[in-house]
Design a protein. Structure first.
Lengths: 116, 164
């Protein structure tokens, strides 16, 4: 149950484009709140709000440097969410590969039916 | 040819969005979703499974019912729902509920097909009753997915057991 709630928070956190952009930025290294706010047309409090959501989901954490408290990515949590989606993806990939084959057959039949 | 990528992303708190391209005009992709004789050839058509029930009354308010059965152990898995919107060949909105649902409520599935230069982009949005329901679906990988992996395991075991 605990694990379920946690994953839920991860997906909710990742559903927002700004937060996904923050994650992408942190994937290339830690950054301060100011640095994170720069590319967005947003106030620092607005960015802080997004950071709080990401932090609660366990996707990012704060460094110890007293002044900057740079945020960094918690890659493990992100991978966990990704693993669940991967299983679901594989299932549908199987369906769609069979659909590819069927569509190929239908296209060929359609050509055969056309008058010469 | 490289297979088109299937993307699945959570959106909002209770949607899952799947997108994939197909190298075929959308009328064919639409047919493959609405004609029973075509549906049974790909949807859940895993090795060892048959689809004894594939009833589809494709019109607004019409029902559909699908049942898969395993050839040897006779396990059955059924699901069904109602067509809410039918707009050939571009849009299909259906409700979906498994007989033995492991998540609360039903999902509302919206299929959108767009065509460009003879290729079709499929976008399927599944809206679950709650964030918890979406979570349960993702976590289970769906019952079918579990069955599929067991089938693959069977194949691997069979291949390993064959004397060389």
């Amino acid at each position: 149950m605990q694990a379920t709630r946690r994953l839920d928070a991860v997906f909710a956190a990742l559903a927002d484009p700004t937060r996904r952009a923050i994650i992408a930025r942190l994937a290339s290294g830690q950054a301060s709140v100011n640095q994170l706010a720069r590319p967005f047309a947003m106030s620092q409090p607005a960015i802080s709000k997004h950071l709080k959501v990401l932090e609660r989901a366990g996707l990012i954490s704060r460094g110890r440097e007293a002044q900057r408290r740079p945020r960094r990515l918690e890659a493990k949590r992100l991978e966990e969410a990704d693993r669940w989606l991967e299983r679901y993806r594989q299932l549908w990939e199987g369906n769609y590969q069979r659909l590819d084959a069927l569509l190929d057959t239908l296209k060929t039949q359609g050509k055969d039916r056309k008058p010469q | 040819m490289k297979r088109p990528e299937l993307r699945i992303t959570p959106s909002g708190d209770r949607d899952l969005v799947m997108t994939r391209e197909f190298d075929a005009p959308r009328q064919l992709v639409y047919d493959a979703h609405t004609k029973p004789e075509l549906v049974r050839q790909w949807l859940g058509a895993l090795p060892g499974w048959t689809m004894p029930v594939c009833d589809m009354d494709v019109r607004v308010g019409g029902k559909y019912r699908w049942v898969w059965r395993h050839a040897t152990n006779k396990t059955e898995m059924g699901m069904g729902g109602v067509y809410r919107e039918v707009k050939a060949p571009e849009r299909l909105v259906t409700t979906e509920k498994f007989d033995e649902a492991w998540y609360p409520g039903e999902s509302l599935n919206t299929l959108v097909l767009t065509e460009n230069a003879g290729r079709t982009t499929l976008t399927q949005t599944m809206r679950y009753e709650s964030a918890a329901a979406r979570e349960a679906v993702i976590k289970s990988g769906m019952a079918e997915g579990v069955v599929a992996s067991y089938d693959r395991l069977d194949d691997v075991l069979a291949a390993t057991a064959t004397p060389r």
